[in-house]
Design a protein around this ligand. Sequence first.
Ligand SMILES: Nc1ncnc2c1ncn2[C@@H]1O[C@H](COP(=O)(O)OP(=O)(O)OP(=O)(O)O)[C@@H](O)[C@H]1O
Length: 236
Amino acid sequence: MEAPPVLIELANLQFTWRGATAPTLDIPEFSLAKGEHLFLHGPSGSGKSTLLSLLTGIHLPQAGSVKILGQDLSQLSGPARDKFRADHLGYVFQQFNLLNYLSVLDNVLLPCQFSSQRRARAGGDQAKEQAMHLLTRLDLANYAQQAVCKLSVGQQQRVALARALIGAPEILIADEPTSALDAERRGAFIELLFECAQEHNTAVLMVSHDPQLAAAFDRSVSLPAINHAARVTDYV
Ligand SMILES: Nc1ncnc2c1ncn2[C@@H]1O[C@H](COP(=O)(O)OP(=O)(O)OP(=O)(O)O)[C@@H](O)[C@H]1O
């Protein structure tokens, strides 16, 4: 059987925050294949959020390459990277980042406003139907017209998932998406996330501190703690 296409490919990546005494990230290789569910973990400060900011093209590495769907992000201008992100990446944030003054349905539809590709894949003028399908799947259909601020934390989390998946982005990135949920609801949320991602043919890269969640994933990658002392002596 042919290997599934590679969606994310990092090679010889180095990134150092300004003023840091050691590279924040030094990753010889890293990849995510189509359909894969990858768990990324590591101690606080190991660079998980920094890595996500490179995968989403918010920052660029000083060395090496970040290729998403074969596109080297360093070759794109800032606005082109913003468009590329909106077209191909769904993102679930730790604090959800929902717009409180909009309804649940309008929050879910937001990516279709920023990306014509996502809108087309969501059915164009029928995007509302895909949004309602996702909301039904996530047990939120009755809340579609409610303001998101009236929802519980778990419900808001599911709205954030629906928003990330509308228009079937190739990659879903979830940054500590379960940290606001209790242990029981964490497992259920991950299960739902996988099911919905599969329906939309979306690969999943999830970051979490919680090693107990790793078992549910195809593969785990661990970022080591940044050893400033050791690196500094390296340079002496
Ligand atoms: N904007 C920034 N400017 C300078 N240094 C930064 C910046 N953001 C992060 N860092 C530094 O980069 C290192 C990695 O931080 P990062 O937030 O990526 O780690 P993390 O693994 O996501 O941590 P946590 O699990 O606590 O969220 C830390 O030493 C941090 O102080």
